[in-house]
Design a protein around this ligand. Structure first.
Ligand code: SAM
Ligand code: SF4
Length: 460
């Protein structure tokens, strides 16, 4: 196993890219032509301090986002399956040395109940989250995925199950793929080896390369839909952005397709953890890093989680995010027991946005977005390389917006509060007026009517 992260080169690029303000406009233009940026170009953007140029970076990111992803924001919820863990990540409340943590693994009936609760709120897309423990092996993960898909309540069903779990062997990934997963996410946490060693002193996760090459093994097992991420706050944020882009370039070169998503969680307070890292990322730098990532990898989905508070989420979504979680509970069994305040000994870290799904939906609609539960691409095989083919001619507007409208309509019919329904119906009408292709518009209106009459699961 080899590292494709060349720390020396990253550092040299970051050092030598200072004072290159004159290149910024050209780099933004390249990105707006939907070309992935090179590391040297990313380094230039990362070194910009001039407020006017930073504003140009923000404007470029917003424009690119609108071009590639339109107004839709995909919604999902995390579902924690088990918090037993043999690792000792120094930032996580589930770490083995945290004796205060209440350990729990959902039984099948408990998992079913959590899924039913999520379905009855309107969720269609979940990400299942696991600690690292021998009992959470590939068979266990596959079993929980199948049970999640098989659990249906009233009109509710989960149509896409993503995974956030430790890296497996190729054979294990194959087994998990067979269960019908969407994305397999593994965060490298930090791409800086020395820092990695400091924060992961024990357990299987202490092996930097095993984790770094995890998604290569996933690809070899046929999982062409993978998610990368870094935990911002452990090391220099500029280095981590370079690491993420280097990871994306590596996957793109080797497998012809980059990561499907990038996540950029910021370190949050967690039980028994004093955050004294000098690398904590300020709100201003956070906005910069999101905008630069957006420009660097135009076709990669970007996930903003409920770790961030509603105000920051509102500002950052605009800079390039395509997916957010909503109505999230990260305590084990937290959806079934909802109503209880966040409990430190049951959750991995503290959430910044604890609004309900309905409130988040309404907020998005009021801000001009179209919340989407679309699962069409994955179900029609538009993933990996195929996704890239479809994405390039701008098919997002052709497929994503209609599918967003259809899944929003389902939500409004089945789950929404009267207030959200009102804003949502208005948003659908407004979006329809913007569709110029008469034939396409007719198809969408016909499907919306059919949903109103009780049909479900229409997608294009
Ligand atoms: N145990 C698996 C692993 O480590 O890959 C599953 C993921 S863990 C439950 C999900 C992610 O949460 C981690 O990869 C890490 O980036 C993030 N995380 C852990 N502690 C955190 C904290 N205190 N604040 C924010 N994010 C945290
Ligand atoms: Fe375990 Fe994952 Fe938490 Fe590390 S981040 S202690 S591996 S649950």
């Amino acid at each position: 196993m080899k590292s494709f992260i060349d720390e020396k080169k990253i550092q040299e690029l970051l050092n030598s890219a200072k004072g290159q303000e004159a290149r910024v406009k050209k780099i933004i233009e390249k990105s707006l032509s939907k070309k992935r940026l090179e590391l040297s170009e990313v380094a230039t953007l990362l070194n910009i301090e001039d407020p006017d140029l930073i504003q140009e970076i923000f404007n470029g990111a917003k424009k690119l986002k609108e071009m590639v992803y339109g107004k839709r924001i995909v919604l999902f919820a995390p579902l924690y399956i088990g918090n037993d863990c043999t690792n000792d990540c120094q930032y996580c409340a589930f770490r083995a040395s945290n004796k205060e943590a209440r350990r729990r693994t959902l039984s099948d009936p408990e998992l079913k109940k959590e899924v039913e609760t999520l379905e009855s709120k309107g969720h269609k897309r979940l990400i299942l989250v696991y600690g690292e423990d021998p009992k959470y092996d590939a068979n266990f993960i596959a079993k929980t995925v199948k049970l999640t898909y098989a659990t249906k309540k009233d009109r509710g069903e989960i149509r896409r199950v993503n995974i956030n779990a430790p890296p497996l062997e190729v054979e294990g990934f194959k087994k998990v793929k067979e269960s019908g997963i969407g994305t397999y996410q593994i965060f490298q946490e930090t791409y800086h080896q020395e820092t990695y060693k400091k924060y992961h002193p024990r357990g299987k996760k202490s092996d930097y390369l095993w984790r770094l090459n995890g998604l290569d093994r996933a690809q070899e097992a046929g999982i062409d839909d993978v998610g990368i991420g870094a935990l911002f706050g452990l090391y220099d944020w500029k280095f981590e952005v370079m690491g993420l882009v280097a990871h994306a370039i590596h996957l793109e070169k080797k497998y012809n397709v980059g990561p499907h998503t990038i996540s950029f969680p910021r370190l949050q307070p967690a039980q028994g953890i004093k955050i004294d890292s000098k690398y904590l990322v300020s709100d201003d730098d956070f906005k910069k890093l999101v905008a630069i990532l957006r420009l660097a990898v135009p076709y990669t989905g970007m996930i903003l989680t409920a770790r961030e508070n509603p105000k920051i989420r509102k500002e950052v979504i605009d800079l390039g995010c395509s997916q957010i979680d909503a109505g999230s509970r990260i305590e084990l069994g937290g959806y079934t027991d909802s109503g209880v305040d966040q409990e430190a000994d049951r959750q991995q870290f503290k959430l910044g946005d604890t609004r309900s799904l309905d409130e988040v939906m309404r907020g998005l609609l009021e801000d001009g977005y179209i919340p989407s539960f679309c699962t069409s691409c994955y179900r029609l095989g538009r993933t990996g390389e195929h996704f890239m083919e479809f994405a390039i001619p701008g098919f997002i507007h052709q497929y994503c917006t209609p599918n967003a409208l259809l899944t929003l309509k389902e939500y409004l019919e089945d789950y929404s509060s009267p207030k959200t329904r009102e804003v949502g119906e208005r948003a659908i009408q407004k979006a329809l007026t913007k569709i110029n292709n008469g034939k396409a518009k007719k198809v969408i209106i016909d499907r919306l009517c059919r949903i109103e009459k009780g049909e479900r699961d229409h997608y294009i």
